[in-house]
Design a protein around this ligand. Structure first.
Ligand SMILES: [Zn+2]
Length: 241
């Protein structure tokens, strides 16, 4: 499959281009706005706490988590995890501004506000989020074992096995698309939060750019999954050789 020229031209090259572009955009946008002070005199954890409390989410805990862009909200544990990169106040040191007061960059504020958006979606029991959570087990099966069932089914000419694999992979594709309204919804809430806290003008534009760039990575993921699904379907049903 990896050496199939159809796979390389129709799936591998376009998805590498899409995901590469999206990753580059996140990196450059985040890099740019992580050097700009949000003007809010709080650190990342205080900012998260303040936003959560304002939304009536006092029960949501905040924890640090290692890594870059690993910030997330965990709906099972009701925990908002802030990456060390976002939490690190020294992210602003590149501007040369030395200060004793805690600093929160525009990028960090946008990321945290987005995760608070997820906490709010969870609390409100939003259907898009519920649907996404419901597909998780099938999607895990689909992205893990399903491709192997498809390949085995095709090469050993056991159509039933390949079709079971294709259905499983379909669940993984569905998950990537169910993710889109959840992510875009959380970013919409995030923008309203940061505006409400006085991040306006250029900083508001910056927060929007960071959130938009992050959304494109999810679009890239969904397109990659869909193209791969179409290729598998063609392997099973369309191939005449
Ligand atoms: Zn998100």
């Amino acid at each position: 499959m990896i050496f199939d020229p159809i796979y390389i031209v129709a799936v591998l090259l376009p998805t590498l281009a899409i995901t590469g572009w999206a990753a580059w955009r996140v990196k450059s946008t985040y890099g740019k706005w992580s050097k700009v002070d949000s003007g809010m005199n709080v650190d990342a954890f205080d900012f998260a706490r303040r936003l959560l409390d304002r939304q009536g989410l006092q029960h949501v805990k905040i924890e640090p988590t290692p890594g870059k862009l690993t910030d997330h909200y965990d709906p099972r544990g009701k925990v908002l995890r802030v990456s060390t990169q976002v939490a690190d106040a020294s992210a602003l040191s590149t501007t040369g501004v030395v200060t004793n007061s805690p600093r929160l960059s525009v990028a960090a504020a946008a990321v945290i506000a987005h995760e608070v958006g997820h906490a709010l979606q969870d609390h409100a029991g939003e259907p898009a989020m519920k649907l996404r959570q419901a597909i998780v087990p099938a999607a895990q099966f689909g992205s893990g074992i399903a491709p192997w069932l498809i390949i085995a089914g095709v090469f050993l000419t056991i159509p039933g096995l390949a079709i079971v694999g294709l259905i499983g992979f379909g669940a993984a594709v569905l998950f990537t698309f169910a993710t889109l309204p959840v992510e875009i919804g959380a970013s919409g809430k995030a923008l309203a939060f940061v505006n409400g806290l006085g991040m306006v003008g250029e900083k508001q534009t910056g927060a929007r750019e960071v959130l938009k760039a992050a959304a494109w990575t999810y679009v890239a993921g969904a397109l990659t999954a869909l193209l791969t699904f179409l290729y598998y379907a063609w392997l099973i049903f369309g191939r005449r050789d």
